[in-house]
Design a protein around this ligand. Structure first.
Ligand code: SF4
Ligand code: SF4
Length: 340
């Protein structure tokens, strides 16, 4: 749950609405305590304390010997826009005292009371916000980028994120990277009572050989409680997707330029194949005005299966990283988020 402080009162807010409050340049941002952004890109490896990489940003030269520690003091946000889901979750405030007030007020609430917070509807200026698990220091998030290789070429996706030629990491490299990451996290954090929350993405992570083995290794690691989510463009077959959904929550990122009758059929078949042993499944539509006719078709399929989380997401221009200009008609689509 995302929590905002406005007019010295707490509210909850949907992620879609929060994305429109991302212009926080100069705010105090609590990077360094919540996020490990692990980028495995060919031979290069980076470990940062945020997806925006504005705080600590280390190049990892050697999985065996390097150890990375993050500075825990809040930084002044230098970015024009904060927009990735978990960066938006990092507690931040217009001033340091706004940030402290947000944490103090929220941590004085019981979990029951906090789930009853009213939704923010505007009117009062937002002075701080963050994700509940971070505010209560109950969660550490790992954002693991498995490389650029992708079989799609979405118009809004920059070449720094995807291409069709980069090599996949080998199984051995994945295993070494995992050992390094866990050693680094455990050196700085006591994970008892906390959840280690992983999101895998790329490129397209499901193309990486050995990806399922890595997920199963995380799942069976007794040193911590894990949550694992994979973002996928859904291009693998239904059998693979079923197996993946046994090891990981799955979010189908719908790239509307690639939507087709075959994809819709595959979505329906996958939903039919899921059973009581399947983990969570969510659908995240990347909103492109010119292809929005598909949105209702996708919802028709999802509606046959109760309990599926879905959302329609605004996009950022890959050049200036600012949100595209959306009108009221577009914004009505972003309100479609919910559960079937
Ligand atoms: S972009 Fe977001 S995560 Fe990065 S420093 Fe700014 S507020 Fe923090
Ligand atoms: S599927 Fe994802 S990684 Fe691949 S091009 Fe599209 S947005 Fe980029």
């Amino acid at each position: 749950m995302y929590v905002v402080l406005a007019g010295h009162s707490l509210f909850q807010i949907d992620l879609m609405d929060l994305k429109f409050l991302g212009q926080v340049r100069g705010w105090k941002c609590g990077v360094g305590r919540h996020v490990y952004n692990f980028l495995l890109d060919g031979e290069s490896v980076q470990l940062s304390d945020s997806v925006c990489r504005a705080g600590a940003d280390h190049q990892v030269l050697d999985f065996q010997s390097t150890s990375v520690k993050f500075e825990e003091q809040p930084i002044d946000c230098p970015r024009e826009n904060c927009f990735c889901g978990f960066d938006l979750g990092i507690p931040k405030g217009r001033t340091k005292s706004d940030l402290v007030e947000l944490k103090d007020r929220f941590n004085r609430l019981s979990p029951e009371r906090s789930s009853e917070l009213p939704f923010y509807t505007g009117g009062t200026e937002v002075t701080a916000y963050g994700l509940d698990g971070f505010l209560r220091e109950q969660m550490i998030h790992v954002e693991w980028y498995l490389g650029k290789r992708c079989n799609f070429d979405c118009s809004y996706c920059p070449p720094s994120i995807h291409d069709k030629v980069s090599p996949f990491p080998s199984r051995e490299r994945l295993a070494n990277a995992y050992s390094f990451l866990l050693r680094t996290i455990l050196e700085s954090n006591d994970l008892s009572g906390k959840v280690l929350d992983f999101i895998f993405h790329g490129g397209e992570p499901t193309l990486v050989p050995g990806f399922l083995d890595l997920l199963n290794k995380i799942r069976s690691d007794a040193r911590f409680v894990s949550q694992v989510q994979t973002l996928t463009n859904f291009s693998r077959n239904v059998e693979y997707l079923y197996e993946l959904n046994q090891a990981s929550d799955l979010t189908y990122s719908v790239h509307l330029e690639y939507m087709s009758e075959d994809f819709l059929k595959k979505l329906a078949n996958f939903l039919d194949s899921r059973d009581a042993t399947s983990r969570n499944f969510a659908v995240k539509v990347m909103y492109l005005k010119e292809h929005r006719v598909w949105v209702s078709r996708i919802f028709e399929v999802l509606k046959q299966h109760p309990g599926i989380h879905f959302s329609v997401n605004p996009l950022h221009n890959k050049k200036d990283k600012l949100l595209y200009q959306y009108d009221e008609e577009d914004r009505a689509f972003f309100k479609l988020s919910g559960v079937t």
